[in-house]
Design a protein around this ligand. Structure first.
Ligand SMILES: Cc1ncc(C[n+]2csc(CCOP(=O)(O)OP(=O)(O)O)c2C)c(N)n1
Ligand SMILES: [Mg+2]
Length: 771
């Protein structure tokens, strides 16, 4: 903890002004001064920054310790860059290039920004909630001795008040309450304005109730010291002030001192209004803008008083656009000062024209020493962390034995065997699931490795000797983190655990399970995890209409298309247990590889006959996206292309048709995602001297150019139909385009045209077209 000497308050106030200036100037420069090649608006949020400069000053130059991590509200990005500029860890060039290619990003970005960004933000609500899961992961790591107690930090989220409408925040605090989450500071920039307007008064007293009931301490910083004193001495004025609606308050802040005076004179009695004679209009406006979130003394005292580990919500009252000409105006969210207004601000802040980028411009000689000393002391641990946490050996994972298996059951067995074998990898795996641990076959792993809780949680059923396949006791050595049914929480947990190396210097191998259709429920959180380059294995099972009688609303059609369009996530869809073992091994390797990514496995509960292998030749091409399960002959006129759980239908059709269709091949696709990526990458390299054909081009080049493809997937047919575009083969796509019907597998495959008849007819049509 850095405790300020008493004089530091002045230095902090100076830095607050510098941040307000530099953030406004950075945005102004990008919009009004930098040359625009395309005439597009650059944008930036001067009002959102001005609202929070004091809060960030109090944090970064006073309250933060070296291990603390912060998620900054997206539109406060320029403030974070200004802080690093003052600390010497951001370049002027990057600020001049704000929102340009290679410049400071619009919103703080872990992966794209060059300054250390602890958590990316952008999609509001997610940056807030990930801090809670990161804190849980910190507890997990220290309990498992992957991390020293002394290296523990606090997790801070700087939140726009309108972000509080995002439901994912409440899902997170409910989960946090179950796990006794701690070491959190969530600080609301309570400017009572959103993007469109001022925010609803009715929510006013509600947020604190919600947080308190989840075990949080709520600290409201409504008034700065000066305003507090003025109101304390004038109860009628205080009562009047506190009944103003959000819109009225904002309007008055915008209108300024004369408007305050007029309202008070007309609405308060002589005695209560007598204080007005002591204030000029500007001073009066200044008095009423002295809200808690702008008062350095109030902020630093509040932070100093919250040094225990109780999760704390600070509601810091602020004014959106504080100190800027559009302060309080309801339309100011994306408002930009015009050059005249900017010049006026520059003058008012003592910044000389031509010296706008000087870090300490306008700071007098006397103040400078104190400010420089404070900057020096704040330079701690704000360096970007390298990937210096070592690598983990990934053992070969054998395929589970068995002539008939489902990929879901095989997944459970592979993890169980890994657990029994033990070792570094097994110890570093952390599994998590939103109340579908048992139904996704993680039960055996959990029986072996236990549930994680900071405190001991006995298995009451086991103690009572009630027979159960699940040993459901928990302690701080457990390796499974059970979540409630909130898929967004699953992805945020995977994001936090998947960043454990980068955040804490200790690599974890997170494995999360859920039903395939519910990926859509947490999609933005999944995208958020991938955008930050968090590394994890996502196991989605069951999937498709292959769920059969259990299906209906749980059938999934489009996740393979989602995966096709999701950077940072590799989709594998195995048919057989040996493919699955290879894919899990690869997924663990990719978690650890600096150039790796996360993996999504789409599995099934359908037990199918396993194929006999004569050699290992399938393995490498299967990991690259597909292999010929039945080799095509020369000049073959047709091929069956199939993925995942419907492989038995494809194989049966191949057996039936191979005599009539000489050279008929069967291509097993294990990852449309990888095949497509390889194809587009090869296309993009078309003018390079050594353009290498992609895996899918090599696979399909085995066919005659006139051949047709019958593609088959328990998914949207577009998952595979694009294959025709690679070398120009005609395609008859089979797949699922509607869902929601329950039934036996045979019935469903017949209705949805995934059965042998459908394949035979499609092949016949191709042959007919060939004449
Ligand atoms: C999920 C999501 N929806 C919408 C937006 C667009 N958006 C950006 S900021 C904002 C309002 C923010 O208001 P607030 O959180 O109060 O921040 P302030 O700028 O007032 O500090 C909106 C709707 C977004 N970034 N993310
Ligand atoms: Mg707001």
């Amino acid at each position: 903890m850095l405790k300020p000497a008493t004089t530091d308050l002045d230095a902090l106030k100076t830095l607050d002004e510098r941040l307000r200036w530099l953030s406004a100037w950075t945005i102004h420069h990008a919009n009004h001064i930098r040359e625009s090649a395309d005439g597009l608006k650059v944008g930036g949020h001067q009002a959102s920054c001005a609202s929070m400069s004091a809060i960030m000053t109090a944090l970064y130059f006073h309250a933060l310790g070296p291990n603390d991590r912060v998620a900054v509200k997206p539109h406060g990005g320029p403030l974070l860059h200004a802080i690093h500029y003052l600390l010497g860890s951001q370049s002027r060039e990057a600020l001049e290039n704000f929102r340009g290619l290679g410049g400071a990003q619009s919103y703080p970005s872990r992966t794209k920004d060059k300054i250390p960004v602890d958590f990316s933000t952008g999609s509001v609500g997610l940056g807030v909630a990930i801090t809670l899961f990161a804190s849980l992961i910190q507890d997990y790591l220290t309990a498992h001795s992957w991390m020293e107690e002394a290296d523990r930090g606090r997790f801070v989220a700087l939140i726009g008040d309108a972000e509080l409408d995002e439901g994912n925040i409440y899902e997170a605090i409910i989960e946090g309450a179950k796990h006794d989450v701690r070491n959190l500071w969530w600080i609301i920039d309570y400017n009572r304005q959103s993007l469109d307007a001022t925010s609803a008064d009715r929510m006013f007293e509600r947020f604190d109730e919600i947080f308190r009931s989840c075990g949080w301490r709520v600290v409201e910083l409504r008034y700065g010291k000066r305003l507090q004193a003025a109101l304390d001495g004038n109860p009628a004025l205080k009562a009047w002030f506190e009944q103003l609606s959000n819109a009225e308050l904002s309007a008055l802040h915008y209108q300024g001192g004369a408007a305050w005076r007029k309202r008070i004179e007309s609405e308060l009695g002589k005695k209560a209004a007598a204080f007005l004679k002591d204030y000029e209009d500007d001073a009066l406006a200044g008095l009423f803008t002295d809200l808690g979130g702008h008062c350095m003394e109030t902020l630093t005292q509040a932070f100093d008083a919250a040094q225990d580990d109780v999760p704390t919500l600070f509601i810091a009252w602020t004014i959106k656009g504080f100190g800027l000409p559009f302060a309080g105006h309801k339309d100011n969210h994306a408002g930009l000062m015009n050059p005249t207004q900017l010049a006026a601000l520059r003058e008012a802040m003592g910044v000389r024209e031509g010296h706008e980028w000087e870090p300490l411009e306008g700071v007098g000689d006397n103040a400078r020493t104190g400010v420089e000393a404070l900057l020096d002391r704040s330079r701690i641990a704000r360096e970007k962390r390298g990937r210096d946490f070592g690598t983990v050996a990934i053992p070969t994972l054998p395929a589970p034995a068995g002539d008939e298996q489902s990929t879901q059951a095989a997944f459970g067995r592979i993890l169980l065997e890994l657990s029994k074998a033990g070792g570094d990898l097994a110890d570093r795996i952390v599994t998590t699931s939103p109340d579908v641990t048992v139904s996704t076959n993680l039960g055996a792993w959990v029986n072996q490795r236990g549930l994680f809780r900071r405190g001991e949680m006995p298995d009451i059923f086991a103690q009572a000797k009630i027979a159960s396949a699940q040993k459901w006791s928990a302690n701080n050595q457990g390796q499974h983190i059970e979540l409630g049914i909130a898929e967004s929480n699953l992805f945020l947990m995977l994001a936090a655990a998947g960043l454990s190396g980068d955040l804490f210097g200790a690599r974890l191998f997170p494995v999360g399970t859920l039903y395939d259709p519910f990926i859509a429920r947490g999609l933005d959180s999944l995208n958020y995890a991938c955008y930050q380059d968090a590394r994890f294995l996502l196991v989605a099972t069951p999937s498709g209409i292959t769920l059969g009688p259990e299906g209906g609303a749980h059938q999934s059609i489009n996740p393979p298309l989602i995966a096709l369009g999701q950077p940072g996530l590799r989709h594998y869809e195995p048919a057989y247990a040996d493919e699955l073992a290879a894919m899990i091994q690869e997924a663990f390797r990719l978690i650890d590889d600096p150039a790796g990514e996360s993996t999504y496995l789409r599995l099934s509960t359908r037990s199918i006959a396993q194929v006999e292998r004569t050699d290992d030749g399938w393995r490498e091409p299967a990991l690259a996206g597909g292999y010929w399960l039945r080799e095509p002959g020369p000049n073959s006129e047709a091929a069956i292309v199939a993925m995942g759980a419907v492989m038995p239908e494809a194989l049966a059709a191949w057996v039936e048709l191979r005599e009539d269709v000489p050279g008929l091949g069967l291509l097993a696709v294990t990852s449309p995602d990888l095949l497509h990526r390889g194809w587009t990458a090869a296309q993009a390299a078309r003018w390079q001297a050594e353009r290498k054909p992609s895996h899918v081009e090599l696979l399909l080049s085995r066919l005659s150019p006139a051949a047709g493809l019958v593609t088959l997937a328990d998914a949207a047919p577009a998952s595979l139909s694009w294959l025709g575009g690679v070398l120009g083969h005609r395609v008859a796509p089979l797949g699922v385009e509607k869902f929601g019907q329950t039934g036996s597998l045979a019935d469903l495959y017949a209705v949805y045209r995934l059965d042998g008849d459908a394949i035979t007819e499609a092949v016949a049509e191709i042959l007919l077209q060939n004449g």
